[in-house]
Structure formats: C-alpha cells, structure tokens
Design a protein around this ligand. Sequence first.
Ligand SMILES: Nc1ncnc2c1ncn2[C@@H]1O[C@H](COP(=O)(O)OP(=O)(O)OP(=O)(O)O)[C@@H](O)[C@H]1O
Length: 434
Amino acid sequence: MGSTITLHNLAKTYPNGQKAVRRLSMTVADGEFLVLLGPSGCGKSTLLRMIAGLETISGGELHLDGKMANDLQPSERDIAMIFQSFALYPSMTTAQNIGFPLAVQKQDHDRVNARVHSVAQTLGISHLLDQIPGRLSGGERQRVAMGRAVVRRPSVFLMDEPLSSLDARLRARLRTEMLAITRSTGATTVYVTHDQAEAMALGDRVAVMRDGVLQQIDTPRSLYALPANAFVGTPRNNLLHGTVHAPVDGVMALSSGAQKITLSYPLTHDHQMLRVVQGQPLLIGLRPEAIRIADRTHATVFERAMTGIVEHTEFQGHEALLHLSLGGQRADVPDQLADHAPHAPARRSAAAFVRRLRHRTGLLGRRLPHPGNTQPPAQPPARKDIGELVIRDSPGARHRRGQHIPLLIDVRNLLVFDERGERVSPDPTRVPDL
Ligand SMILES: Nc1ncnc2c1ncn2[C@@H]1O[C@H](COP(=O)(O)OP(=O)(O)OP(=O)(O)O)[C@@H](O)[C@H]1O
C-alpha cells in the first residue's frame, strides 16, 4: 500500500534568503512513480527533503494520505529515503545492514532474518549476505541500500538520484529492478533525477522543475508531445529564432534566418492560430522526428525543403550527430521562464485563446515587466560555431564540414513558442490526444 502525497503551495526559503522551492502544488497518487526532473540547483532535493521531514517547510501545506504532515517527525511519516551516496554501516554485513531498520524496531530475530533473506533474494544479493560493504562493488552496495529501504515496507519511497554514481549499463539494469520492486510493494515513489532519458523511462508522470517552480507535470508522452514551454521541450528540441508571415493574399510561412517553411493548406487549427502572432519574435522547436536528410524530390505533402551546412559531426557509435548551420540564429531557453509560473488551464474557446495570445504578444496591452527585471528580454548571443540544428545521422555517413545537406521538415511536427518560451502552437488549450 502506498500513500497519497499532496503539496499545496509548498515553499522553502533557506535562512540565507535562497528561495529553493516556490509555491509548488501537486498530488502524487497512491502507488504512483513520479519523477522530479530539473537541472542542478532547481530545488528537487529540497522538495524531497521537505516531504521526508528532513527540511522545515517555509510555507504551504504537505498532506500525507490527506493528513496535514508539515510538522510530523521523519519517523512518523512511514517514508524510506534512498540517496546517491548510500551510507551503509561499514562494519556491518549485508544482512545486518538490510535488517537494521527492523532490528531497531526490536522485531523478532527470526522474522527479521526471514525478511532479510526474502529481500536479498528479490535484489539478487543472497550470496553477499555475509560480506561487509568494503568488499562490495558500487552496484552491489546500492542494492544493499535499496534492501535496507525496502525491508520495512514503507508506503513511500523518496529517491534522490540513487543511481547517478553507477555506470550506464548498471544504471539501466538497476532502475528496471527498482521500478519492479516499488511496483510490487505498491509504494508511492518520488524519484529525483536530472537525466531526461531516465525520467522518461521510469515515470508514470514527470514533474519538471526550474528555479524552484513547477513547470509542468504530465505523463512522459504528453510532456514530449506537448511541452508547456520551451524549457520543458528543449532537451530534445532544436530551438530557432523565427517569425510567422501571414500575408493576406499569400501562403502562411515560418521563417528562420534566410530560410522559410511554408505551412500546409488547408491550415490546421493550430497553424491558423499562428496568424495572431505574425511578425512577433518567436521560437521554433524542431524535434528530431520533424527533420530528415533527403532531397526535395522525396518530400511528402507535409514536408518542406531546407538546407543545412555541416559545422561539426559528433560520432557516437550507433549514430552520428550532425551540427548544422541554417544561416539563422540558434535560440536558447529564455531566462524569463525561470520565475514564471505556468498558466492555470484556460477556457477552451478559440476566442479566449486568441485574446490570451494577443495579450501575451503585446497586441493588447503591455506585458508587465518581470519583478526585479525592468530590462527588455535580452537576445541570447548567436552560437554559430556549433550550428543551430542538431540532427541524427547514420554512423556510416561521412559528411564533411562545410557540406550542404538537403533537409526535409515535417510541418505537422513544428512546435512554436512565444519569446518568453510559452507554447503557442500546438494550441496550449488542446488536450493531448495520445
Ligand atoms: N542548506 C542550504 N542553505 C542555503 N541554500 C541551500 C541549501 N541547500 C540548498 N540550497 C540552495 O537551494 C537551491 C536548491 O537546491 P537543491 O539541492 O534542492 O537543488 P537540486 O535540484 O536538488 O540540485 P542537484 O541536482 O544539484 O542536487 C540551490 O540554489 C542551492 O544552492
């Protein structure tokens, strides 16, 4: 059995004034595996430690199974925590380390023994029960640490980058095992990582954080398909500066630098709505599946030709990454997003959407300057040295620096964000159809 964890406007300000978590609200369902994803310093560990009771809460409420838990002692929360640096008792054997939480509860020796053996078997470390940690490998020690967390069958697991010190193969194997164990116990899990691939692989849902602010919480599929903003979508997106052209008597197009992507007619609902942001500085997100290397003669009705110039090739064994220049300017995630809490879901009418778009892009009223930041948003510097576009290539292809590469862009897979990084296309009010 797991617990439901509810955070309501949870906040943490450290004594030095550092705001690590800002009014964060979400609910983790009973038995759910939730991944907290975000870059270093965004407040993931602080949030986890507040749930565990290891850090005081500065504001808001924490509820465990509907009961206010802000002031509960860690030992009263039925929570087990697993850290990156697994602190095992060096002089205790594997069996003693795993059984320790039960031993301190003064449980019957035979019962403890039986539980330790059963847990060790599940984790594949029965043959290591008499070893001390100094004689174990990193992976084995992490298994023992997991065993110690699992043995008392807590209703919540909190895991803080538990696998980050292990090599890639072991990490992949252990994370599958960890998922299986938490599923089998029915516990609720909150798992912290800054590894996007790990988050996507593990999470029932993924909560993306930036600078203490929750950006989006959703299933991995929805996060990938419909990122709320450029920050959430960036790790797998190429982000280009661009604008929408919508001449009254011509075809609508997006341009980036000297290159143009004409949209397909009849226009989709999402593309029709882009008319409202014409002429505005925008960010165009191109996911890897939106781009392929092929000549315009191979284009489907949804594909548009572009040309990239090879700046650099990164050989990765199973594939190569081509860094291409498009003659435009690569965009980075706007800093303004940092303090910007995502919008509450809006009404689903097109009119409301248009009004909101207009407001955001300054057609109606001026946007208020960000608190403490009265400067206009600065354009990030051009990074022409490595190109604006990174695409996958077959490892056998030998493209030379300076070579012109024909590209086809699928207009159905375009993401468009406003200059603050908020998604404007696909329609932000659309419910994922996945
Ligand atoms: N005890 C503390 N006192 C003051 N500031 C702190 C303290 N602990 C953390 N911070 C700050 O709070 C912010 C969030 O830290 P936190 O460790 O929660 O981030 P994180 O996302 O877990 O980072 P990482 O992935 O590097 O562990 C950071 O700016 C950090 O420097």
